[in-house]
Design a protein around this ligand. Structure first.
Ligand code: GDP
Ligand code: CA
Length: 325
């Protein structure tokens, strides 16, 4: 079975661990979000790609959900002593090595997809991890400018998310460079050849939404013969983790499993899973033209997550059978 998964960071990575446990024989291609990428101290940092790579490669800090396990922070301490900014983005010593290797390869002319493949040769994530694009795309968030009352400014997504903890109102989300970005080599072919396409419980705006914004990817998903099934990151009217409500508000979408399903829409989604806590929203999703089931959607451990993956694959098989009948 060929499965394509569009993934952000933590939600995507944890789901993928469960999917691999549920379907160890599957050929899994992950299209990763790179809108969160940031250049720091001359280095290219790809937080979502690395979260997937480290999680599936057993190198992740489990408690945090991002960064390396057994991390040390000497470089950060030394930088702090020089008074070098920014200090709010956590890069540990082990993690630095990844960014140095990536930046060095890119300076030598390799594209991000080739570099990601090279990094994965070490981590052996057990999936093919491809960035959504080799072109630079950077998500920015439009907020009020506290220094100039009455005006707004756009700040890097990581400044909004990590430094400001998504506290200011987000007026708009802008993926800078996306109009000119091309899908990375292999992305469109993987979608066209897939048997199943899954949206894990990743952020619908700044993870999956950004990937969908790369010209050509959304159309490829709509045209794909494989069913597209998504799992809600919103449970009981709130994100399970993080501040997705703030960026949903920015795009005018209510923070509910039903509203997120409608936001993707029946043109894109062939199936949607909501948590049992949201069972009451199943009829509404189906009225919107999207087959829907309520199952437990809390990724408490690998077994619970594997059960979620099985439920998504079951729903995909069901809608495919319906379409064929
Ligand atoms: P990020 O890039 O690290 O923010 O990660 P993603 O975009 O891949 O995933 C973030 C989303 O995962 C958040 O909106 C969370 O609500 C969602 N999430 C995290 N843990 C769980 C879980 O156990 N169950 C569900 N349904 N969603 C989760
Ligand atoms: Ca992310």
């Amino acid at each position: 079975m060929r499965i394509v998964v569009l993934a952000g960071g933590i939600g995507g990575a944890r789901f993928l661990r469960g999917l691999k446990a549920a379907e160890p024989q599957a050929d899994i291609t992950v299209v990763g979000n790179t809108g969160d990428d940031i250049h720091l101290f001359g280095l290219k940092v790809c937080p979502d790609l690395d979260t997937v790579m480290y999680t599936l490669g057993e190198g992740i800090n489990e408690e945090q959900g991002w960064g390396r396990r057994e991390e040390t922070w000497s470089i950060r301490e030394e930088m702090g002593k020089y008074g070098v900014e920014p200090t709010w983005f956590g890069l540990g010593d082990r993690d630095y090595a990844t960014h140095i290797v990536r930046t060095q390869m890119m300076s030598a002319g390799y594209g991000l997809s080739a570099v990601t493949e090279a990094l994965c040769a070490r981590w052996q994530p057990g999936v093919r991890l491809i960035p959504m694009s080799d072109d630079r795309v950077e998500t920015h968030v439009v907020v009020d400018d506290p220094d100039r009352p009455g005006t707004r400014k756009a700040i890097h997504f990581q400044e909004y998310w990590v430094k400001l903890r998504a506290e200011p109102t987000a007026h708009a989300i802008v993926a800078v460079g996306i109009e000119e970005a091309k899908p990375a080599p292999g992305v469109l072919a993987a979608i066209a050849e897939a048997d199943v396409i899954l949206f894990p419980p990743s952020n619908p705006v700044v993870s999956i939404g950004t990937i969908l914004g790369v010209p050509g990817i959304r159309d490829a998903l709509v045209e794909a013969s494989a069913p597209v099934v998504g799992l809600s990151p919103i449970v009981g009217g709130a994100p399970v983790r993080g501040m997705a409500d703030k960026v949903l508000e920015a795009v005018g979408v209510e923070t509910s499993a039903l509203a997120v399903a409608k936001h993707y829409g029946p043109g894109l989604l062939d199936g949607w899973l909501v948590d049992t806590a949201d069972a009451a929203s199943v009829p509404g999703v189906e009225e919107a033209g999207i087959p829907c089931r309520a199952v437990p959607l809390m990724m408490t451990d690998v077994e619970a997550t594997a059960a979620m993956a099985r439920a998504a694959l079951d729903l995909a098989a069901e809608v495919r059978a319906e379409a064929g009948a």
